[in-house]
Design a protein around this ligand. Structure first.
Ligand code: TYD
Length: 181
């Protein structure tokens, strides 16, 4: 990859909760800035209306799978239209903490068919140039997160058992997908 060309570069960081994605996103962003590139860091769910509702639901009672899928998809549509696509068109390096692979893995762990979700609900989402999957045992990542006392104790989204299923789906995807690293 030529990091000093003017073309936009779209990078995605994926992994289970507590895998350290946000740290890697920051480090990667700094490296691209040091190479003279304009960098945009972002994450999903976003802080927009759909993403905010999703965060609320983690504490007020989880939505049905169908509603949850719809919220993640709508949140992503807005993210793609308002931030990701325009930034790439301006030649920026866009680094996103979670993207549609999280929907496939997390909502897949809840019972949705990951490939069906991708082919029926996510066609609008551009493919990243590269996806980094941070593979860590959820039993360890969650323990470390609590030890760091980040204030976000394991909630409904963060049950270790569910995250084991999420991890398995991520790893299956990584074997099949050309963009994974
Ligand atoms: P977030 O607030 O980013 O938490 P974290 O900092 O732990 O990554 O995300 C909240 C949860 O949303 C997280 O457990 C993963 C989940 N999620 C999905 O279930 N589907 C999705 O499509 C996305 C983007 C996230």
């Amino acid at each position: 990859m030529n990091i000093s060309s003017n073309r936009g570069i779209f990078i995605v960081m994926e992994g289970v909760d507590g895998a350290g994605k946000s740290t890697q996103v920051q480090l990667l962003g700094r490296a691209f800035s040091a190479a003279g590139r304009e960098v945009v860091l972002s994450k999903e769910p976003t802080d927009g209306p759909w993403g905010s509702k999703l965060r609320e639901s983690a504490s007020t009672g989880r939505m049905s799978l169908e509603d949850e899928l719809n919220h993640f998809v709508q949140d992503r549509k807005q993210h793609v239209e308002e931030l990701i696509t325009p930034s790439l068109q301006e030649g920026k390096v866009v680094i996103v903490d979670r993207y549609f692979y999280s929907t496939m893995a997390y909502q897949g762990a809840r019972g949705a068919d990951p490939q069906e979700v991708r082919s029926t609900m996510l066609e609008f989402a551009p493919e990243p140039d590269i996806v980094f999957l941070i593979d860590i045992d959820p039993a360890i990542s969650i323990r470390e997160r609590v030890a760091e006392s980040r204030g976000d104790e394991p909630n409904e989204f963060e049950q270790v058992e569910t995250l084991q299923r999420v991890r398995t789906i991520f790893n299956e995807m990584a074997k099949a997908e050309p963009h994974f690293s």
